[in-house]
Design a protein around this ligand. Sequence first.
Ligand SMILES: Nc1ncnc2c1ncn2[C@@H]1O[C@H](COP(=O)(O)OP(=O)(O)OP(=O)(O)O)[C@@H](O)[C@H]1O
Length: 266
Amino acid sequence: MLFEPITSDAALTLQDLTVAIGNTPYVQGASLTVPKGEIHGLLGPNGAGKTTLLRTLYRATTAQAGTIHAFGRRIEDHSPREWATKVGALVQSSGLLAGLTPRDIVEIGLFVLQLDRSEHTDRRDAALALVGLADKATQPAGNLSGGELQRCYFAQLLACDPEIYILDEPTNHLDLHYQLVLLDEVKRRGRTVLMTLHDLSLAIRYCDQVYLMTQGRIVEQGPPDQVLTRDALRQYYQVDGQFQGAALSLVGPVWSGTGGGFSTRN
Ligand SMILES: Nc1ncnc2c1ncn2[C@@H]1O[C@H](COP(=O)(O)OP(=O)(O)OP(=O)(O)O)[C@@H](O)[C@H]1O
């Protein structure tokens, strides 16, 4: 297979990545390039392999084949600390919150950067204010609502402000206001982003490019309005609907065939 050359303009490059759990490959031959400062979306039905792919980027999983480069350097050539300062992730996780406050959670993220005390405090407080948690900063995180907790993890990432943001369903639990506030903030910062999204209207609104994944493979890629056609929605998401601008007009589910993920819907 011929690949595009890896340049340092490409913030993130995955080439022919295969990730297996046990003997089953859940990501197969995935290649993508995110240029510096662009926002790319990884889309597709449940079980398509999106999270499994992202997990290799924050080093929770190791790929069996293929390569990952950030700014032209292989992932293996970075120390875990170096990678953690370059690549930050917002993941789908309940976490262990016993005894922690939102302030602690943000500080745990900042620890790896080893900032001087005043910058550490400034970044922590600014991030908690940005996500609207300044008044709950010292309360038990275990008492936060689902959306507040997601905002808390967002604050951790925004405080660290890595060069590359890996976001797994970043709008999970967020109300409409915070969906827009936080994704606007990510876009405003001009960082490089690879994120999974089930909300396709948000993909149209924020993504420069999207990849449609199904059964572990990237099957379509391009600007979101060109990828998310009526045919693609029917084939990969099993819905009848179409976009008018960023608005999705849905008719209903389509029941024929199997799901695009690893489980069937019949
Ligand atoms: N630890 C594991 N053991 C066994 N199978 C797993 C494991 N982790 C993931 N899988 C399987 O890998 C497949 C891909 O899962 P993944 O979480 O990557 O999908 P996804 O595209 O992110 O889905 P969703 O949109 O539902 O979040 C699924 O079929 C899932 O059951």
